[in-house]
Design a protein around this ligand. Structure first.
Ligand code: MN
Ligand code: MN
Length: 305
C-alpha cells in the first residue's frame, strides 16, 4: 500500500505541494527581497526556511476547524523575480507578478514587499481592510533616507489609498517610535493594539475588536513575524522584546473565521538568526491558519469568494 512520505521527506514546496498547471484556488509564492531592511538582513532566505518548516503541518486536518488544507487547490508557484539591489524596480516586478495571481499567499522577504502586493490587489479590488501583526507601526514616511524600505510600507499604502485606514488594525505594537509617526497613524484612523493589551486582555477580546473594525470588507492579512516575542521568533531582523507568544497570535487568527480575506503575507523571517526552526515553524503555522480561514470563505467550487 502506498503511503505518504514521512514528515522529514516531504517535498520542498510549501506543505509539500508543487505548482498546479491551472485552477489553483490559492497560490503561494516566495518573495526573497530584503534590501530594505534597516538592521539585520537575511529575510531573502525566508521563503525556503518557511517551506522547509511547513512539512510539520502536512499530515492531517486542522485540529479545531477540521479543514484539511491538502484538499484545497493550492499551488506553490516558486519565488518571484526581483531586481537585485534596486528596491523600486523590485517592487514593480513583484507587483506585476502578484497581479497575475488571483489569491496570493506571499512568503517574504522583508515587509517592504507588502506595498507591491497591496498595489496589485487594490488595483483589482479597491481599498482593503488590513489585519497587521507587527512589533512596529511601519508608517514612517521614509527609513534613513529610503522611501520604500520596510518601515514605511503602510505610510505609502495609506497615502496611495490601497488600504482603508479606518478598517486597519495593528496587533503587537511595542517598538520605540517617533511620536509624530505614531500620532499620524492614529490620526488616520488606524487602530493600534499594543502587545501589552494582548497580554492583559487575552486573544478573545482582541479578535472581537479586529472583527468589529474589519467587518465584512475585503481584507488582507500581513503578518510580520517580529510581532512575536524574540523568544518565539528569534530569526528576524528587528526583534523587540515583550511580544506575542506564538499561541496568542495563533489563537487570535483562529477567531477571525468569516472575515473576507483576499490575500496574505508573512514577512521578516531571517533564518540565519533562527534557532531550531522556531521562527520558520511559527511563520509556516500562521500561513496554515490563514489557509484554514480562507477555506472557510471559499465557494463550493473551491474558488475564493
Ligand atoms: Mn516589524
Ligand atoms: Mn513590519
Amino acid at each position: 500500500m502506498a503511503s505518504n512520505p514521512p514528515t522529514f521527506a516531504v517535498p520542498p514546496g510549501f506543505l509539500g505541494i508543487g505548482r498546479r498547471a491551472a485552477d489553483a484556488a490559492i497560490s503561494i509564492a516566495g518573495v526573497p527581497l530584503d534590501i530594505g531592511t534597516t538592521n539585520r538582513s537575511g529575510a531573502r532566505f525566508g521563503p525556503q526556511s518557511i517551506r522547509q518548516a511547513s512539512r510539520m503541518l502536512v499530515d492531517g486536518a486542522h485540529p479545531t476547524a477540521w479543514i484539511d488544507v491538502a484538499e484545497m487547490m493550492l499551488s506553490d508557484i516558486g519565488d518571484f523575480r526581483i531586481a537585485l539591489g534596486d528596491i523600486p524596480a523590485s517592487l514593480k516586478l513583484i507587483e506585476e507578478q502578484a497581479a497575475a495571481v488571483d489569491h496570493l499567499v506571499a512568503l517574504g522577504g522583508e515587509h517592504g514587499i507588502t506595498l507591491a502586493l497591496l498595489r496589485a490587489l487594490a488595483r483589482r479590488r479597491g481599498p482593503l481592510a488590513l489585519v497587521h501583526f507587527d512589533a512596529h507601526v511601519d508608517t514612517l514616511p521614509e527609513n534613513f533616507g529610503q522611501a520604500y524600505a520596510h518601515g514605511s510600507v503602510f505610510y505609502h499604502a495609506i497615502e496611495e489609498r490601497l488600504i482603508e485606514p479606518r478598517r486597519m488594525v495593528q496587533i503587537g505594537i511595542r517598538s520605540p517610535v517617533q511620536r509624530e509617526v505614531f500620532d499620524w497613524t492614529l490620526a488616520h484612523g488606524v487602530t493600534v493594539v499594543s502587545a501589552e493589551e494582548v497580554h492583559e486582555q487575552g486573544p478573545r477580546p482582541v479578535a472581537e475588536r479586529i472583527r468589529s473594525i474589519v467587518g465584512n470588507a475585503p481584507c488582507y492579512l500581513s503578518f510580520d513575524i517580529d510581532a512575536l516575542d524574540p523568544a518565539f521568533a528569534p530569526g528576524t531582523g528587528t526583534p523587540e522584546i515583550g511580544g506575542l507568544a506564538s499561541w496568542q497570535a495563533q489563537s487570535i487568527l483562529r477567531r477571525l473565521t468569516g472575515l473576507h480575506f483576499l490575500g496574505m503575507d508573512v514577512v521578516e523571517v531571517a533564518p540565519a538568526y533562527d534557532v531550531a526552526e522556531i521562527t520558520a515553524l511559527a511563520a509556516a503555522t500562521m500561513v496554515f491558519e490563514y489557509l484554514v480561514l480562507a477555506a472557510a470563505v471559499m465557494r463550493p467550487s473551491g474558488r475564493p469568494v
